[in-house]
Design a binder for this molecule. Structure first.
Ligand code: SOE
Length: 398
């Protein structure tokens, strides 16, 4: 069913030059629904003049009361309890899918059939096989598709990619990445939530956090050749959310992996939600021929750099750079240097990129993650699980 809310569906005033309007159909209204809706509303007046004006055409969710509340809160023109009906709405040109992982594939198949562009939250799907089905579906359709690997859209991370592309780092020897959180530890008292249920999530920390650093490895270093992985589940039964008893945790709480890249680099990947004291610690370091760079999401406006040929030698070492100058990525849209931005701005950058690709028929890659990138990340996730199970190195086959 759907209801008109009477709210104006336009986010932001019409910009000069009559930027085209693009109608968004949001699937889901929780954490990612909030982050994406905030981006849709902020984008037209901060990425100004906007390449397009997102229209908050509709939002869908299972609970009518909750989705109606979300429509009112964020200003969606309509709400639906049936995502198919939302996608059939002519005012919806883009499916923005912030739903749980088991709700990524079916809506993508349907949206692709209807010719709707698709922005899907990560991980693309629960397995490589399911991801490949989604990739095949969108490649048959004449649509733009992107996976919301938002950390590609941090100014400091894009700056690292620019340094690599310019040859400033030279040959890469090491990529070392961790993504550490703590919120699944016992003292947080999490029940067996959907992220701990294999049939909904597909995997645990691996697909939730590992997918991000695997994608960054692909984006910054390149394809992988072999994987040796281990996983752990520290707590194997938890209370079920509905209070009906205990449920077995059938996903990983943590993983560690050693990787070889096609270009000769070697690396380590680790993700957990049992790292006490680490809040959202997505941190990686690249060691290369001409220097090293280190990024820490908990200090997302900063980049640590080391240059082999730095002079004077007496003061050579890692230096901390504030990535907030006008010449740094996206900073022409924000504030004077030093006036730092935050996690939510990465969603504004990535959705603006997607709109630009739609309106000006540009390729989503290499800077945006396509469904092919989502599939490749899923292949690595599956390889880590296979290696953990067989206790053997796995040759990567994308
Ligand atoms: C929870 O682990 C989570 O919200 C992830 O799902 C996001 O992708 C990550 O950016 C922050 O942590």
């Amino acid at each position: 069913m759907s209801e008109e809310t009477g709210f104006t569906s336009m986010a932001g005033a019409k910009a000069e030059g009559e930027a085209p309007e693009i109608g968004f159909g949001m699937l889901g209204y929780a954490f990612m629904g909030k982050a994406h809706s905030n981006a849709l509303k902020t984008l037209p007046y901060m990425m100004y003049p906007p390449v397009a004006i997102p229209k908050l055409a509709a939002i869908s969710g299972r609970s009518e009361s909750e989705v109606a509340e979300a429509a009112k809160r964020f200003g969606y023109k309509k709400y639906y309890t049936d995502w198919r009906a939302m996608l059939e709405d002519d005012e919806v040109q883009v499916l923005d899918n912030g739903g749980p992982n088991d709700m990524h594939a079916e809506p993508a198949f349907f949206a692709a059939q209807l010719g709707k562009h698709i922005l899907c939250e990560k991980p693309l799907a629960r397995t490589a096989e399911e991801s490949k089905q989604m990739l095949d579906a969108v490649q048959k359709a004449d649509i733009k598709h992107m996976v919301a690997f938002n950390y590609r859209f941090v100014p400091a991370v894009r700056q690292i990619r620019k340094l690599i592309d310019a040859g400033a780092l030279g040959q890469i020897y090491h990529f070392r990445a961790v993504y550490l959180q703590e919120w699944i530890m016992p003292h947080y008292g999490e029940k067996k939530i959907w992220r701990l249920d294999k049939k909904v999530a597909g995997s645990g920390a691996l697909g939730d956090l590992g997918a991000h650093i695997i994608d960054l490895a692909h984006y910054l270093v390149g394809d992988m050749k072999t994987i040796a992985g281990n996983t752990r589940t520290f707590i194997d039964t938890r209370p079920l959310p509905d209070g009906s008893g205990m449920g077995k945790v059938d996903v990983d709480d943590a993983f560690v992996a050693a990787v070889e890249f096609d270009n000769g680099a070697v690396g380590t990947l680790e993700a957990t939600r049992f790292a006490g004291g680490r809040k959202n610690y997505n941190c990686f370091e690249i060691n290369a021929e001409k220097g090293s760079v280190r990024f820490n999401l908990e200090r997302m406006n900063e980049l640590e750099v080391f240059w082999v040929d730095e002079k004077p030698k007496e003061t050579q070492g890692f230096h901390d750079v504030l990535v907030t100058e006008g010449h740094h990525p996206w900073w022409e849209y924000w504030w004077p240097h030093g006036h730092i931005i935050g996690w939510e701005h990465t969603f504004i950058h990535e959705i603006n990129h997607f709109l630009d690709c739609i309106v000006n028929n540009k390729e989503v890659g290499p800077h945006g993650a396509t469904f092919e990138d989502g599939y490749k990340a899923a292949v690595i996730c599956d390889a880590i699980l296979e290696s953990a199970s067989t206790k053997r190195h796995v040759d990567v086959k994308y």
